[in-house]
Design a protein around this ligand. Structure first.
Ligand code: UTP
Length: 276
């Protein structure tokens, strides 16, 4: 029922410099597949076959990745190497890719608002591809959330319990438990100190958003660092109506940080590729 997924991929990826100086961090490969392709495969699995990318300067490699490379296709046609293109060919067969550029990096909220022209007036998924989510036991995280959306028809954020000394890196929620792993959001704070955090339930990079979020973002003032925070807009949406928080099934790796990226690489190599 939800057909579109937004991929904000315009960030600078400073935590991964110098690798990200001229290469988008979303193209960093976990084993042999770029992070953004894992995200797109998760969206397609959830039925969201229109992938809307909010890109920026220096991100052309992402657009090229989701297009045919005729020379390469011609070169390896009929050889044993075709198998290496199989996963991206599948993605290209199933998905449609649209792009818009975020001209100034004014935060995740602003990136989402920039994507409005690609989404229109319908609910949509959001994937931050630097959070790699894997559920070896069943549906991917976005598919789990899409199923919940069919039931609740409101915005949903994915959450994870994190150690107290890491809450300052995340948006953190407080909520009323509805059922196992599901909360109705009562408050939300972006990057709180350990003392101010309302819980240790941290928002990770998967969302389902209803389209009224665009108007809310438009009226959301930039936060302390000058960025328009999605968390602030979601807090308003929770106060005006309803936002749910869902403790997803599966594992999540923070591939925007070097330790998370290394952990993901080892995990995927051992568990998905069987260590070769
Ligand atoms: P992050 O803060 O994790 O990404 O933003 P970053 O800014 O690229 O990374 P660091 O902190 O400098 O290392 C979360 C997501 O939002 C996107 C990023 O691409 C990332 O996927 N984003 C962020 C935008 O698209 N535009 C922005 O203005 C900010």
């Amino acid at each position: 029922m939800i057909k579109k997924c937004l991929f904000p991929v315009a960030g600078y990826g400073t935590r991964f410099l110098p690798a990200t100086k001229s290469m988008p961090k979303e193209m960093l490969p976990v084993v042999n597949k770029p992070l953004v392709q894992y995200g797109v495969e998760e969206a397609i699995e959830a039925g969201m076959t229109t992938c809307a990318m909010v890109t920026g300067r220096g991100k052309r490699a992402i657009a090229d990745h989701f297009d045919i490379n005729y020379e390469l296709e011609h070169q390896i046609q009929g050889t044993g190497k075709e198998i290496y293109l199989e996963s991206i060919r599948n993605v290209l067969d199933q998905g449609t890719f649209t792009m818009v550029r975020q001209r100034e990096m004014k935060g995740l909220g602003h990136a989402i608002l920039t994507g409005e022209s690609l989404i229109g007036n319908e609910p949509f998924g959001v994937i931050l591809s630097d959070d790699l989510c894997i559920n070896p036991e069943g549906d991917g995280v976005l598919a789990q959330m899409a199923a919940l959306y069919r039931q609740f028809r409101c915005s949903i954020v994915a959450i994870q319990e994190v150690p107290e000394d890491e809450v300052h890196k995340y948006g953190v929620i407080a909520g009323e438990p509805m059922k196992e792993g599901l909360y109705r959001v009562e408050s939300m704070v972006e990057k709180p100190s350990k003392e101010d955090a309302p819980s240790n339930l941290a928002i990770i990079g998967r969302y389902i958003l209803t389209p009224d979020i665009f108007d809310i973002i438009r009226t959301t003032e930039p936060g302390a660092n000058g960025e328009i925070q999605l968390t602030d807009a979601l807090m308003k949406q929770a106060q005006m109506g309803c936002v749910m928080a869902y403790k997803f099934k599966g594992r999540r790796f923070d591939c925007g940080s070097v330790p998370g990226f290394v952990e993901a690489t080892n995990y995927v190599f051992e568990n998905i590729y069987g260590g070769y």
